[in-house]
Design a protein around this ligand. Sequence first.
Ligand code: GLU
Length: 449
Amino acid sequence: MNSYIGKVIGRVKEKYPYQPEFCQTVEEVLSSLDPVVDRHPEYERADLLGRMVEPERMFSFRVVWQDDQGTAHTQNGYRCQFNGAIGPYKGGIRFQKNVTPSIMKFLAFEQTFKNSLTGLSMGGGKGGADFDPSGKSDDEIMRFCQSFIQALYRYIGPDTDVPAGDMGVGGKEIGYMFGEYRRLKGNFENGTFTGKGFSYGGSLIRPEATGFGSVYYLENVLKHDGETLDGKTIACAGFGNVTWGICRKAEELGAKVITLSGPDGYVYDEGGVCGQEKIDYLAWMRLSGRNRVEDYADKFGVPFYRGEKPWGVKADIIMPSAMQNDVHMDSAKKIAANKVRYYIEVANMPTTNDALRYLMDQPDMIVAPSKAVNAGGVATSGLEMSQNSERLFWSAEEVDMQLHRIMDTIYNNSVAAAERNGLGYNLVAGANIAGFERVADAMMAQGLF
Ligand code: GLU
């Protein structure tokens, strides 16, 4: 390994032993960059990597809310503005009880490279709180969102930092946040948020974009093999917004999603999560706040496996689309034993680093990294920002066409970056390098800070 890269990874691990997810993502990204950093000895003198692994700033604040009985609760809120070299900070807000500074930093670091890959002008950011929305009433969620924005509104804006949704935050929460922001600012700066409702400036296709985009990316991978989606089976995880979009687009292109998962276990639907009734039921499951996938098995009479993950299932394509570190070494071994050819990450960092290396080392397996595969979500947020700044709406066809074009470009740029650096067909390293090069150029051009 390049000695400067080794030094920076070592320093991060020494400084942040209590931030394991952040250390993991730094190691994963930086260890792909050898050929580039070897070619640019000036990076060390400018401590480019050392600067790149520190957020430009990070807010940490108290969020107090009252439940329906009038009892007050205190949560921790964060916004991490990781890197603004190529555009305003951009990234989602996550409400989940396990949100920590480490999770915020890992997501914002990944977001920096992901946003760079889209080719749009967006820096990397992420925010959230250790608030668990499951089982909360609408009023409780509204009060929480209002309180969160009271703490954050000064530090965000259309040219500063543009939040969106992530786990636990969808259109409803964005609506409450934007409402509070508008009340506090006294203006209609709707470009401060993306993932809004259509009536006040949201983009068509944004809710579908992450799932659709990941299937467009997958089509490129299949094409490389002379294959198409027709007749393929896909094992997915999660049952949220992203998986919903994958199910819809996969069905449209002749494939079927055969597994879904939740915190309670996974379901196996041999006939596929296809047809309006099942797709609508997924949306209901998410909105119900119950956070259980067993409901799907009860409703459609398919098998449910309590406490298990779907990675032992035989499928043509594996798409971990639930959350970080979902696929560990034991699951990776099952996937390899099943001779799966396509391992397409969708959730942010769904694979532990050792499992990812192991899968990449399988001679017949193609591994695609989440920061490229799931970039269609934030790319469409970028398209929403453009529409807001022009004060007009684009048609669904227009947005979908742009999304498709961006996903093809991300794939092609990743392939080209790996090839240019002598790494062959390596989608993981290619995405890291292509994402890195643009941010690196911008940081070097802008001088030291
Ligand atoms: N949270 C999503 C992501 O991980 C979307 C971010 C956005 O649209 O800003 O990329």
